[in-house]
Every structure is written in C-alpha cells, then in structure tokens.
Design a protein around this ligand. Structure first.
Ligand code: ADP
Length: 179
C-alpha cells in the first residue's frame, strides 16, 4: 500500500529492513546504542562489527532522539539509530516520545539531504507498544513532517516484519488519509 505526500511516496511493505536499498534504514535501538535483540540485532549482524565500533564512539541516545552512523556492509549508506519509548515505563509520555523518535529520525535524514529512508515499527516488539496505537502515532508523525518541514525525501518506507503489523499500519494509514 502506498500514498503520496507532496513529492514523497509513503509506502508500507512487509519484509526485512536489513536488505532495503535506501539511503538510510532506521534502527529501533536502545539508549546504549550497543546492540540488542529484534531489529537492532538483525541490523548489527547484517552491517558487521564496524557498526558497533562507530556506535560506541557515538556514546548513546536519549529516548525520542536519533543519531546517524554509516551502514557498513548494508546496502543502505547510513543507519539512523533512534530510541522509542518503553510502553509500560513511559506510560502517558509514550505517544509523544514515539512521535519524537520518528520526527527526529526524519530531521537527521533531511539534514543529510537523504532522499530515501526505511523505518521498522519502532517500540512494538520488546518495548511493548500496542501496534495499532503505535501505527497511528508513527504514520501521523511522518505525514506531519513530510507535509510541513523542508526535505528532499522522495521515498519513505515502513518495512514491517509480519502480517499483523503490516495490517495494523494499513488500517492506520487508511484512517489518516480519509480524515
Ligand atoms: P523495540 O525494542 O523498539 O520494540 P524490536 O526490534 O523488539 O524493537 O521490535 C520492533 C519491530 O521490529 C517488531 O515489529 C519486530 O517484529 C520488527 N522486526 C524484527 N526484526 C526485523 C527486521 N529484520 N526487519 C524489520 N522489522 C523487524
């Protein structure tokens, strides 16, 4: 499923983000930036050990913020590491922090003049954010950025790992586009 936001195609696909041929893939990292499970582990395995070495030098990332590194053995030239909220810890602040993770990732992409970026579903794995709620926040934040901020993005993808997550994002996008 896809939709057009100004000059940018916003696309939802099912797949593995590590193989995506875009300028940058976004990593759902933790504050240490030293690797973890889920999509973070998969990205580090695919990028190779030089990614961890650069992440060590970056020195961490606050929840809701984003940091950029090289992509090393990935097809993507860059990895944008962002940290989403932990649903049952951040509670009432979770929607704001999740929106911020997407917005800050796109600000970093725009600052590097990137034209294509792929996101995973941030916070909906180990961090426990209900996927339908997360999808509305994620797509709302991305659409808001693409329609209001200066950037050169022509493609923003959500690369979703399973059918349930893809279906949740498709339902949320329909809801937002019809609104
Ligand atoms: P978080 O800690 O932010 O919740 P997780 O990595 O645990 O991050 O999960 C986030 C989402 O990423 C989940 O929907 C999970 O299924 C998905 N995921 C895991 N591996 C990959 C991958 N290789 N490509 C895309 N998405 C993935």
């Amino acid at each position: 499923m896809q939709t057009q936001i100004g000059q940018t195609t916003l696309e939802l696909v099912r797949g593995d983000i590590t193989g995506q041929d875009v300028d940058a893939i976004v990593n759902a990292a933790n504050q240490s930036l030293l690797g973890g499970g889920g999509v973070d582990g998969a990205i580090h395995r695919a990028a190779g050990p030089d990614l961890l070495a650069e992440c060590r030098a970056v020195g961490g990332c606050e929840t809701g913020d984003a940091k950029i590194t090289g992509g090393y053995q990935l097809k993507a030239r860059y990895v944008i590491h962002t940290v989403g909220p932990i649903y049952f810890i951040h509670l009432g602040n979770a929607p704001r922090l999740l929106g911020s993770a997407y917005r800050r990732s796109l600000e970093v992409a725009a600052a590097h003049n990137l034209t294509s970026v792929a996101f995973p579903s941030i916070s909906t794995g180990a961090y426990g954010y209900p996927v339908r709620k997360a999808a509305l926040v994620a797509l709302g934040a991305v659409i808001d950025f693409l329609s209001k901020q200066p950037h050169r993005l022509t493609l923003v993808q959500f690369v979703l790992f399973d059918d349930k997550t893809l279906a949740a994002y498709e339902a949320a996008l329909r809801e937002l586009v019809e609104a």
